[in-house]
Design a protein around this ligand. Sequence first.
Ligand code: PHE
Length: 340
Amino acid sequence: MQEAIQKHLAEIAAHTASTPEAVEQFRIHYLGRKGILNDLFEAFKAVPGDQKKVLGQELNKLKIAVQEKLESLQAAHASTSGKSEGIDWSRPTGALPLGTRHPLAIVRQEILDIFSRIGFTVADGPEIEDDWHVFSGLNFPPEHPARDMQDTFFIHKPTQEGEKEMVLRTHTSSVQVRAMENQKPPLRIVMPGRVYRNEAVSSRAHCQFHQIEGLYIDEGVSFADMKQTLQYFTQEFFGKAKIRLRPSYFPFTEPSAEMDVYWGLNSEADYRITKGTGWLEIMGCGMVDPAVLSASGIDPERYSGFAFGMGIERITMLRYQIDDLRMFFENDVRFLRQFQ
Ligand code: PHE
């Protein structure tokens, strides 16, 4: 058997095949059901135990040699086969279509850039959150109706101690709490992210959207600082600096406001999108409630701050005059390609 293997090894090394048919014959000769390797492995069963180790290694060597030879024969025939003849491999290809950035990503980046110019850095946090970071730490008492303002998706997360109730965060304000717990003031951060609300109001409603949150905490931060910061933002982003703050309510800010920008009434579209008022609501904001500061371990006697939050979809719709939210999620390339 030893001799037979050596003979085959020599044969294989010297073997040539001039046609694809000859390659196939080689394959059948060695690897076919009645081929040489099968015969040898069959004979191997009868080999006495003390020779099995050495012979087994030889046999494996043969098998590998056959496979390698077959691969090299096949490769040689693939590259000389008729199909590739006459192809000029050096010819340049045509331009490949380039993807474009999603309008939401463009606007998010633009907003982050605007705030980074005045010293804000970016922070983020998890989308699956606990009650504390989404509600309790933000001064939403248990059973407070404000929790219904944001229809929450509750989920059950298996842990070693049993199931834990978690929520899909309904706003990026949860990242505020994490930042205040983990960093010492001064804090100056913007927090973009995906949020979830269980809103089956209409076919236009979407259960998932994006927000950008901002937080500024330091000694002596005032409502006027907030107004100035937001005005800087609208000036940079929309090119419009006329804003107004209307009283509003959020459990985690006091006082709270809605910030509107004066859009103007220069076209028919302006009348439609501002409902004839000229004003557009852009974001919620307010001075961080002292109770929220102390819940996160920040001394409200020493520090104060403001926060704001806006929906990226809404801002993007205004920026590009898009009037159907669904465009953002359908991924129609004819739509997406318009944003270079
Ligand atoms: N979290 C609020 C919302 O989702 C927005 C907000 C953020 C308001 C920060 C005030 C301050 O509606």
